[in-house]
Ligand binder design. Structure first.
Ligand SMILES: Nc1ncnc2c1ncn2[C@@H]1O[C@H](COP(=O)(O)OP(=O)(O)OP(=O)(O)O)[C@@H](O)[C@H]1O
Length: 248
């Protein structure tokens, strides 16, 4: 069954500029779906719509059979509990004045989730490979990769059904990137992952299904293995040719 259904989505900034046109795809519960496209193809815009941060000008987004409606506060509250996000920049996405314990615990507090928050934060830290002692420290005391682990811990602490990641490894150096991709892979065993990136190599390593976005339109979608074996669209062929070496 599809967890997320996107049908005929249209969005533009102002009248002139259409950024997404007739975008349709679905994400099965438990799947990893990658959305790949070059800079400016509309990936971040699409993710903002999926998060309910902007409203589509046409088409629909539904999650577990309910329409995602940014104006419906009751729905958005329930939705935030089920869907969390990780963004690109591990430096600006964490409040520098807050201790890691409060950063990771924020969704628990703002969603009034019952239970022992400290224990839940400790469990999330453990899952992302950080020591419990990280709790009392500030973000600047961590490396870029560790900060992204903190951002991931914040995304999973409230046990969402789905995590949306926007270029979540793009700012990291190669070896750190590989380790964070491995972390996403391990976590995706127990949740649905939508992973947005310009990097087809990273997405191919992580996602069994891919949507290829060119200038706001889907040019190809399907199983990653099949698309890599026989890319049908010239844009996909170009993206594939630009991947230096595909991961095994
Ligand atoms: N707030 C905005 N106002 C006007 N145009 C915008 C705005 N945000 C994005 N755009 C335009 O919409 C198009 C899609 O941008 P978007 O950020 O969604 O693409 P992207 O694929 O995520 O690219 P990148 O990886 O470079 O962020 C671009 O042409 C961009 O210039």
């Amino acid at each position: 069954m599809s967890m997320l259904e996107i049908a005929n989505l249209r969005f533009g900034y102002g009248r002139e500029k259409t950024v997404l046109e007739d975008v349709s795809f679905s994400v099965r519960a438990g799947a990893n779906l990658g959305i790949v496209g070059e800079s400016g193809s509309g990936k971040t815009t699409l993710l903002r719509l999926l998060l309910g941060l902007s409203r589509p000008q046409g088409g629909t987004i539904s999650f577990d059979g309910e329409t995602v409606d940014a104006a419906d506060r009751g729905f958005m509250r329930r939705y935030r509990r089920k869907v969390q996000a990780v963004f690109q920049d591990p430096y600006s996405s964490l409040d520098p004045r807050q201790k890691v314990r409060d950063i990771i615990g924020e969704p628990l507090a703002s969603l009034s989730i019952p239970g022992d928050h400290r224990q839940m934060v400790a469990a999330a830290l453990d899952e992302v490979g950080l020591d419990e002692s990280a709790m009392e420290r500030l973000p600047h005391q961590f490396s870029g990769g560790q900060r992204q682990r903190i951002a991931i811990a914040r995304a999973i602490v409230a046990r969402p059904k789905m995590v949306l990641a926007d270029e979540a490894v793009s700012a990291l150096d190669l070896s750190t990137r590989i380790r964070i991709v491995e972390l996403f892979k391990a976590l995706s065993e127990s949740l649905t992952l939508v992973f947005v990136s310009h990097d087809l190599g990273v997405v191919a390593a992580l996602c069994e299904e891919i949507v290829i976005l060119e200038a706001g339109r889907i040019v190809e979608q399907g199983r990653t293995s099949e698309i890599l074996r026989a890319p049908a669209h010239p844009y996909t062929q170009r993206l594939l040719a630009s991947v230096p070496r595909m991961p095994a």
